[in-house]
Write a protein that binds this ligand. Structure first.
Ligand code: 5AD
Length: 347
């Protein structure tokens, strides 16, 4: 198995069979080896720097009904909210003072946010904070819409593919959503020029190691600048309420493999990882992550953006706790830096 890890490190790819074999092995020494190699690569490219992103959850309205997600349309127990233009700008102001130089506007798929409304927000953020990057994470939109958002100044776009297998995609989503459209959105985003992020959940219901192997091969093919991967976590008011959470060790192993496969990728230690384990964020960094995304949403709405049960929004996950975050990173030998933290240009 270590040979496969070495091969991945040297050639940045494996076959589906090799990935499947690697992901089936639950040998701690293999996990340890992958982590050590991933940490080495990360260090070569990014040194000890950790990039931070201020996450602003602009809306928990969603027209979709994904079976795993707490803010799905059918969940009547969610108290829905939308942030206004000025609320979003206020979050950025606060974030800028705290040292954030990237703002991530994330939300459910909410048609209330027209291109006009979003491009106005993006333009104003870029005007007021010209030293900052804007990342959008607002789901599937038309190519024209993505083009307008890019022209308005948005730099990056996150859209997890969720699973690269058609048949598994069908188990996680109702009809009307398709993997094909998802992939097309991702290719469009890349073509337009966004630094693009894809990704998936580890341990989502029905997921097999073959599915995960396909996820890695899809990431290889797309070569996104960012990758979002975290454990699946159940939410009590979804059809998956009784499903087990994803595994911490397997998630960490995948993060290491992704670092080896896409060495320069911007890879966050996700909130879901912190929700799964109190040391999730640290463990993610040690496994090869180089980004953290603390919550910068107005405190009053944080408890309403619950994608899964026990989602943390305070303490270490809160942007106001940046000093704690810095301390935590220092403890493991890393430093939080206040830079935009773009994808490294090739020499
Ligand atoms: N557990 C973990 N991650 C989830 N997401 C949505 N619901 C859950 C859940 N129950 C992830 C999806 C989505 C991202 C914003 O959050 O992968 O793309």
């Amino acid at each position: 198995m270590k040979d496969y890890i070495q091969k991945l490190q040297e050639e940045h790819c494996l076959t589906k069979e090799e990935f499947t074999a690697l992901l089936s092995c639950q040998d701690k020494s293999v996990y340890d080896y992958a982590r050590e190699q991933a940490a080495k690569i990360r260090q070569q490219i990014f040194g000890r720097d950790i990039y931070i992103r201020g996450l602003i959850e602009i809306s928990n309205h969603c027209k979709n009904d994904c079976y795993y997600c707490g803010i799905r349309r059918s969940n009547r127990r969610v108290s829905r909210y939308r942030l206004t233009h000025s609320q979003i700008l206020d979050c950025c102001q606060e974030g800028h003072e705290l040292g954030f130089r990237t703002f991530v506007l994330q939300g459910g798929e909410d048609p209330w946010y027209t291109d006009q409304i979003l491009t106005d927000v993006v333009r104003d953020i870029k005007k007021n904070f010209p030293d900052c990057a804007v990342t959008l994470s607002l789901g599937e939109r038309s190519r024209e819409s993505y083009e307008k958002l890019y022209a308005a100044g948005a730099d990056r776009y996150l859209l997890r593919h969720e699973t690269a297998s058609e048949e598994h995609y069908r188990k996680l989503h109702p009809d009307g959503l398709s993997l094909q459209n998802r992939k097309e959105c991702l290719w469009n985003l890349k073509k337009i020029g966004f630094q693009t992020g894809a990704g998936f959940m580890v341990g989502s219901p029905g997921q097999t190691v073959e599915h995960l192997a396909k996820d890695l091969l899809f990431l290889r093919e797309l070569s996104p600048q960012m990758v979002g991967v975290g454990p699946f976590l159940r939410h009590q008011d979804t059809p998956f309420a009784d499903q087990p959470n994803g595994s911490l060790q397997l998630t960490l192993f995948l993060l290491s493999l992704i670092r080896l496969m896409l060495p320069k990728t911007l890879l966050p230690a996700t909130t879901a990882l912190s929700a799964l384990h109190p040391d999730g964020r640290k463990l993610g960094i040690l496994a090869g992550c180089n980004v953290v995304m603390p919550n910068l949403s107005p405190t009053a709405v944080r408890e309403k953006y619950l994608l899964y049960d026990h989602k943390p929004a305070t303490g270490l996950e809160a942007a106001e706790s940046i000093e704690l975050l810095k301390k935590q990173m220092k403890e493991i030998g890393y430093q939080v830096v206040c830079q935009r933290g773009d994808y490294p240009q090739s020499e």
